[in-house]
Design a protein around this ligand. Sequence first.
Ligand code: HEM
Length: 459
Amino acid sequence: MTSAVTTEHGDVTPLPRPSARTNLRLLRRLLRDPRPALDELTATVGPVAGLGLGPMRLAVVGDPVALGELFSTPTESFRWGHRFNTLGFVVGDESMIVSDGPDHRRRRASVQAAFGRRRLDGWIPIVVEEADRTVDELTARPDPTTATPVDLAPVVRTAVLRIAIRAFFGDRLVDRADELGDRFQRAQDYLESPALRQLPHRLPGTSRARVRDDRRALDAIIDTEVAACRRSPSGDPLDVLESLVVDGTLTDDEIRDQVVTLIGAGYDTTAASLAWALWCTTTTDGLWGRLRQEADEVLGPPGSPVPPDHDVLTRLELTDRTVREVLRLHPAGSFAPREAVVDVEIGGHRIRRGTLVLWSPYLAGRDPRTWPDPLRFDPDRFVDLTDEQRARAEAAWVPFGRGPRRCIGFALAQMELVLLLARLAQRLDLIPTSASVPPAIGMVVNRPLGGVPMGVTAR
Ligand code: HEM
């Protein structure tokens, strides 16, 4: 039963909700396996819908037009450092990702300066080197001619982590990539664990205690690097940590939290997207060959230097569309939360103060009014669009969010994904172990269940 209130914008109704039984079932499911819950809620109630239990109120927003309204609502109407936020324990309370207001603006602005075009272009050779290193390791296995499946998920995760470490610290910490990877992975696994296990406590010997120890160890590593930057700056224009230290706007605590955030928010998301990309491209007829042809034309033979020039990315046009299609169907975050601190109106509905708004790039990327045959993987769907189709597609393609809280690493992630995919297609033959992509798993990061087991041989 909804009661309409007429405002200057027309009728504004409370959020539609499912029946009490469905509400409970979907809430439980949302916390374990969010995608089927989001699909069912949309099918039964609509793409803007409410769920709740006692004082906890949720609003799910997956309609592209409503998302446009959400992203243009002033950020002061929402809070990211809300009571349901579990990230702060890992990334730190001074991370931009859990900050609001002037603190958020200052922290984000300081980091943003490090993500300019020149620096991104400067990272292009690092990405290609890491792609080549990955291929070399895969093809140097004792018997690389056999098609014994290798799980490529951890392999690409290592590549993406090494890129992050080299990009953010210069080459200083790359030898400790395995240790850093283990520590970040434990934190990631913890964030994926059931909500009850994440309740705050200080019991020793638990997974929470281990994550706390890992964070202390990461802090010590970063402190050492900060001290080294102060003592003898390398002058490396690509080194993010050094630029944060030299900039001087942030305290050491803030620098630590931003660095942990950048690696934590950046590497598992990008690695999971690449894992999906490998599945989608090798199970779509002829696509791997088309990507290879494009890479041959643009990147030149392996071993020849790839210039740190944005033009390379522009010319990898099919690869770029392919990555866009991967992120449409399999965005790394199925939903992202923000809490309304005042009543807001979205999609013709009133969302009350205190409601946790879960906006969903996953639902928008599957919106049947925007995307014909939405579940079909088709990078060519972005070609020859009318102006109206392009505008709709733009509004519904939001894997990185939009507005002042848009993902700060979106350009780096897209650049990495395009270059890594192009180079892998150029140098490897992959034989997927199944003819179709697997189902998804993951509460925080959406990734393929069972990893990416594929036969791998050199081209
Ligand atoms: C495919 C890869 C990635 C995806 C799909 C992704 C997606 C997102 C999304 C959906 C948000 C939340 C926006 C919101 O709350 O409205 C976000 C925020 C953020 N992302 Fe990413 N991300 C990716 C890679 C990266 C990388 C590589 C970095 C760092 C280098 C990064 C750093 C961040 C940070 C710091 C925020 C918080 C921004 C803020 O609160 O102002 N992400 N990302």
